[in-house]
Write a protein that binds this ligand. Structure first.
Ligand code: ARG
Length: 557
């Protein structure tokens, strides 16, 4: 709502003076609600800021929601009609509830979001976890902005490594062991393959041969591959269950096996292919290394499958916008994907929403060789720790397991999403599980606190005195509430869930300091109702913010 007022004032002045460069600022707390710097116009019109102020003031005052204005240090300061504005903002939230903040800027346009995408027969890595959490949040955020999202888990289930896997399994594998420890066992075989390759270089050739048979649908190899995939997926699904994440499609790389010939043909037709030492490549000019489309033995590559995938997605989902939530280390790959499809004459809107590494004690976190065998164990540990904390704080709580899961998982998600995604993330379970500080549990706890106040008191909406909202400690938070739609929009435009993460943190902190100052259950009924109404609207926004991030809001904890 305040964004709307800012825009209206800006447009009114710009129209009147036929300019287009009015800057609208939000001054620091307590100064004014809105400020317009006047220096630039004074300079332009060769006059004083005071003169400009006089010119602008009439138009600004015409705005319904403006209470008063003043000239201060070269700025035109605007104070808004606090009471009416507060009523309007809170009413909007009350009416829209969790739909508050929805805005149809996408008009149902499809956006394909590619995230998580772990590799079959390999453990679910920390990078895949980041991709899953960021992707899931962006999915919610885009949906909230009126886009039609399609979430795709582009499983890494194809490539020469499966030739190696199959050879390794046939030489040293044990069915029983794979059934029992699936991914761990498969990974062991893969490691062994590489160890023995040093002694026996012919292994590499065998693997290539097997993969090329797999690419041409050899039945025995296909069955083995299928089995590896099933075993791996079973483990991945446990992870998605923990995180509460689902996908619209699990079409992985293998899905494009029969769709790559068409790509190669089209590249050929458009004269883009060149054979270089037996390999088939596309030159991408000065700035990028060529894209390798086929190896000399005819095997396709990661990028070949991504090119086939983007065409398939365009056709199937009628999409032109494609978001890839993948780590920083694949920047070159996505630049090449964009460059190849551009050369082919398509101008897809390809966004590589890249992210950094996860660090433990300053070192890159890796599940291999680390403290934990599997990432799932890390998440389970977070849940266990939350359970301990909860049983200590609230021994009578029902559904302790369910709450512990929401808190433990929420802590990991918040810790990841609170910073800009391209930066590295610190992973410290102890810190992220704390009930104070910039943590998920702190946010959930703030909402639960409001919940318990609301449970003890009944709100009577028909008996409210809204004059209290003019006081700073209310109005500052009400202004914050009115920013929610704007924050959502920005986080969509910048693919930055951290904006929402930071925003709800500010709101929760605002609530907690308000609560430290202001008694809720006051004598005056009308004041009390104003308080209850106010904190209930805060809760709606915190909860919806949490939901957008993929964190479960709680009623008790
Ligand atoms: N499986 C890949 C990896 O683990 C990520 C795939 C990302 N998506 C894509 N369309 N390339 O590195």
């Amino acid at each position: 709502m305040i964004e709307k007022i800012k825009k209206e004032i800006k447009e009114a002045i710009e129209q009147k003076f036929e300019i287009d460069s009015i800057v609208i600022e939000e001054p620091k707390k307590g100064v004014a609600d809105i400020a317009i710097p006047l220096f630039a116009f004074a300079k332009l019109w060769k006059t004083s800021p005071m003169q400009v102020y006089d010119q602008f003031s009439k138009i600004v005052m015409e705005h319904q929601q403006v209470d008063k204005i003043e000239f201060m240090n070269g700025f035109l300061n605007i104070y808004l009609e606090r009471q009416k504005l507060s009523e309007a903002i809170l009413k909007e939230i009350l009416e829209k509830k969790e739909h508050y903040g929805y805005q149809d800027v996408g008009h149902g346009e499809p956006v394909v979001m590619d995230y998580s995408s772990p590799n079959i027969a390999k453990s679910f890595g920390i990078g895949h976890l980041r991709s899953t959490m960021i992707g899931n949040a962006l999915n919610h955020i885009y949906t909230k902005c009126g886009y039609h999202t399609v979430s795709v888990n582009h499983l890494g289930d194809w490539g020469t490594q499966f030739g190696k896997m199959i050879v390794a399994y046939q030489k040293w594998g044990n069915e029983e062991a794979v059934r029992k420890n699936s991914i761990a066992e498969l990974q062991k075989l893969y490691v062994r393959f590489h160890d023995e390759e040093h002694q026996d270089p012919s292994l590499e050739k065998q693997a290539r041969h097997v993969f090329s048979r797999l690419e041409s649908n050899d039945e025995t190899y296909f069955e083995l591959w299928k089995w590896f995939k099933e075993e791996s997926l079973r483990e991945f699904m446990e992870m998605y269950d923990l995180l509460g994440v689902t996908f619209d499609s699990y079409d992985g790389e293998s899905f494009y096996n029969d769709k790559m010939d068409a790509v190669v043909e089209e590249l050929e037709q458009k004269g883009l292919l060149r054979v270089d030492e037996g390999a088939t490549i596309v030159d991408l000019g000065q700035d990028l290394p060529p894209a390798l489309i086929k190896k000399s033995d005819g095997a396709t590559l990661y990028i070949t499958r991504d090119i086939a995938a983007i065409f398939y997605r365009q056709r199937t989902y009628k999409a032109n916008k494609f978001l890839y939530i993948v780590g920083n280390e694949q920047q070159l790959h996505f630049k090449q994907l964009k460059a190849v499809t551009d050369l082919m004459g398509y101008h897809f809107d390809i966004v590589h929403a890249n992210f950094g590494l996860v660090m433990i004690d300053g070192k890159k976190m890796s599940t291999r060789g680390g403290k934990f065998k599997r990432l799932e164990d890390v998440i389970k540990k977070a849940i266990d720790e939350s359970k301990k904390a909860i049983t200590e704080k609230n021994p009578d709580l029902k559904n302790q397991d369910k709450v512990a899961k929401a808190v433990g998982v929420g802590a990991i998600i918040y810790n990841d999403l609170k910073n800009e995604k391209h930066l590295n993330v610190d992973f410290n379970l102890e810190n992220m599980l704390k009930f104070e500080g910039q943590t998920g549990p702190y946010l959930q706890y703030s909402s639960v606190r409001i919940e318990s106040i609301l449970k003890e008191n009944t709100l009577d909406l028909s008996n409210i005195d809204t004059t209290f909202y003019q006081e700073d400690h209310y109005f500052e938070i009400i202004k914050q509430l009115s920013q929610f739609p704007h924050v959502i929009l920005k986080s969509m435009e910048e693919n930055a869930p951290n904006l929402i993460a930071r925003y709800i943190m500010g709101l929760a902190q605002g609530f907690n300091s308000f609560y430290g100052k202001q008694r809720i259950n006051v004598e005056n009924e009308q004041h009390k109702n104003a308080n209850l109404y106010f904190i209930q609207m805060i809760q709606i926004v915190i909860n919806e913010g949490l939901r957008l991030l993929g964190i479960e809001p709680l009623k008790e904890m």
